[in-house]
Design a protein around this ligand. Structure first.
Ligand code: UT7
Length: 309
């Protein structure tokens, strides 16, 4: 018993911040950024808010969905770490604009880049109880509002985007999740106007813990690592993904890196990757898929999907 993906869309704003733009803003180079992160450019939301982007992504996700199914969406989770205002929550602000019924349970998750994993785990547990209902996750992050563009350690990394995924109960599928949370408030935090990040600590936390948690979740699910078709890791830094892939003697084919022209979009990177895998016809035929998110907290979550369609 588990969940399946019904619909997925991404919204990438038109604005761009390239490596050569950054060369003019801080002491850095295209070469350094490409080698250390894999990035070439980032999508920038400009005047658009996280709510604007969330509405665009969600509307497109629901466009092709029958009205009777939309009326059965009883759970709406927005993931974001880029609030302009904390109250009211973004999920409440988008219920009406995206056409959901008022009876929806709507709340936000703000656990940085791990939020999408937590949302997935909650959706699975919720739909197992209310099998006839549907759940919508809308992810929207605009970290450019909180980046100090004189701090070369953070400004080269992040982009803005939104994505939406609709989920339903599916008898044939199964999900197994493992989480790890450390209390490390000084590694990644918002200090007044800006995000303050010890990137190297997050890097070490991810690379140091991901392989073990991936192996653990496979063991728990009774699936051999070689039977996993796709490892969808938070698109924070290409080197993190490549390093984990190497530990499993694997490569981009199983550990895709697709954020080169988007940037690290925090809680949005994984649902964007879902849409990219659909575009590449990789999700349709996949049976075992691992999702992993990590970041502020420090937090790390891994979910193995035994079936997603
Ligand atoms: O998604 C949310 C969670 N966040 C993450 O997952 C972030 C993960 N971390 C990272 O992606 C990387 O740590 C960064 C890309 C942020 C930094 O890369 P790094 O390889 O960890 O570099 P570092 O911070 O260890 O710095 C190495 C050197 C330093 O110089 P020295 O002390 O060796 O002389 C830095 O001052 O690189 C320097 N440096 C830069 N040089 C050119 C740091 N940023 C830059 C830059 N351009 N933009």
């Amino acid at each position: 018993m588990g969940i399946k993906l019904v619909s997925a869309t991404r919204y990438l704003p038109q604005g761009k911040l390239t490596n050569s733009d950054l060369e003019k803003m801080v002491e850095t180079s295209d070469d350094w950024i490409r080698q250390r992160t894999g990035l070439v450019s980032r999508t920038m939301a400009g005047d658009e808010t996280i709510t604007d982007m969330a509405i665009k992504a969600a509307r497109e996700c629901l466009e092709k969905i029958d009205r009777e199914i939309i009326d059965k969406i009883k759970l709406l989770i927005v993931t974001t770490a880029s609030y302009l205002q904390v109250v009211p929550h973004v999920s409440a602000a988008i219920v009406k604009p995206i056409g959901l019924a008022e009876e929806v349970l709507a709340f936000d998750i703000n656990s940085g880049c791990t939020s999408f994993i937590y949302a997935l785990d909650i959706v699975e547990k919720y739909l197992l109880k209310d099998k006839d209902q549907y759940a919508l996750i809308v992810s929207s992050d605009k970290l450019s509002d909180y980046i100090d563009y004189t701090d070369r350690g953070t400004c080269i990394l992040f982009g803005d985007a939104a994505a939406a995924t609709l989920w339903a109960y599916e008898e044939q599928n199964e999900q197994i999740a493992i989480h790890k949370t450390l209390t490390a408030p000084d590694v990644l935090f918002r200090d007044g106007d800006y995000i303050n990040m010890n990137g190297n600590e997050v890097f070490k936390f991810a690379v140091g813990n991901l392989p073990e948690l991936i192996s653990d979740v496979c063991r728990k699910a009774n699936v051999d690592v070689s039977e996993v078709d796709l490892f969808l890791l938070h698109q924070a830094n290409g080197r993190i993904i490549e390093s984990v892939a190497k530990k499993f003697r694997s490569d981009d084919n199983h550990f895709p890196v697709r954020f080169q022209n988007i940037g690290n979009t925090s809680s949005v990177s994984l649902p964007i990757l879902i849409t990219q895998m659909i575009d590449e016809d990789k999700l349709q035929n996949a049976r075992n898929i691992i999702f992993a998110g990590f970041g502020a907290g420090l937090s790390l979550g891994v979910i193995l999907f035994k079936g997603i369609n």
